[in-house]
Design a protein around this ligand. Structure first.
Ligand code: SF4
Length: 262
């Protein structure tokens, strides 16, 4: 069995996209090569954290620090324990950081979860289509981000490569019939033309397209950055633009931030 680095394992409500409010067990894999200016999980960017924090969303479960690297069995044991307290469970959410940075480890845990009749939900920036293809067979849901140029996720010279990988991940998921969610974080003065081009590139694909207004909180990675959410007028315009090309367009803010939970 493999070993890998996990930042935290816990249960909570999904806070983003069309499954907001569904109970999930979250496995937050350590490390991410991107640098989105609005990152709200910068604590998960360390690829080699000493411990994995294990805790329950409800108060009934104990919390524990588990030494990293941890084994697939240790991760599955955490799932099993949290499962006891979550009869309302929707799925296991593989998130980060960037889970594709731990693709082989993700795959092994996801295979175990599948054998326990659990559903698997992948959240990824889609930065590597090759790694995505290596894990996707074990997933029932794939939520793939598209990073815009103004997110500063990568250097400008690397942007086209990132965007190409994201589109490829989306096509792979759709072709396999996996429920595919595409999420774009939008800030104030998001270029409408860039959203239009993204939607043209996605036209004809069976996806749910989510415009997620950025959450402006001081706890984020770059507290000095001028993080300003778009106003409602902008959101209507962006949504209408997307609707010219895509069937399922939705504007959904981060619900877990409203609830004050992870
Ligand atoms: S991809 Fe996610 S974890 Fe990585 S920097 Fe961007 S927001 Fe943070």
């Amino acid at each position: 069995m493999l070993k890998g680095y996990i930042t935290e394992i816990f249960d909570s409500f999904q806070g983003e996209g069309p499954y907001a409010g569904r109970r999930q067990i979250f496995i937050r894999f350590a490390g991410c090569p991107l640098h989105c200016f609005y990152c709200d999980t910068s604590y998960a960017k360390d690829p080699r954290p000493k411990f994995c924090d294990f805790f329950g969303g409800s108060s009934v479960i104990h919390s524990e620090k588990i030494s990293n690297p941890m084994s697939t069995k240790a991760a599955v044991d955490c799932i099993t324990e949290l499962r006891t307290y979550t009869p309302d469970l929707h799925s296991i959410c593989y998130t980060g950081g960037e889970p594709l940075s731990s693709a082989a480890f993700v795959k092994e845990i996801a295979a175990e979860a599948k054998s326990m009749q659990l559903k698997n939900f992948l959240e990824t920036s889609g930065n590597s289509a090759k790694r995505f293809a290596s894990v996707v067979d074990y997933f029932d849901f794939a939520s793939i981000d598209i990073k815009m140029r103004n997110h500063l996720a990568v250097e400008e010279r690397d942007y086209d490569n990132l965007y190409g990988n994201e589109l490829e991940c989306i096509r792979i998921a759709v072709d396999l019939g996996i429920e595919t969610i595409v999420k774009v974080v939008v800030v104030k003065n998001t270029p409408v033309g860039e959203i239009e081009q993204i939607c043209k590139d996605l036209a004809g694909l069976d996806i749910k397209f989510v415009l997620q207004p950025v959450t402006a909180l001081s706890s984020m990675q770059n507290a000095d950055a001028d993080i300003v959410a778009p106003d409602v007028k902008e959101l209507f315009e962006l949504s209408a633009t997307a609707g010219r090309y895509l069937k399922h367009v939705m504007v959904i803010p981060q619900v877990h931030k409203v609830l004050g939970i992870r």
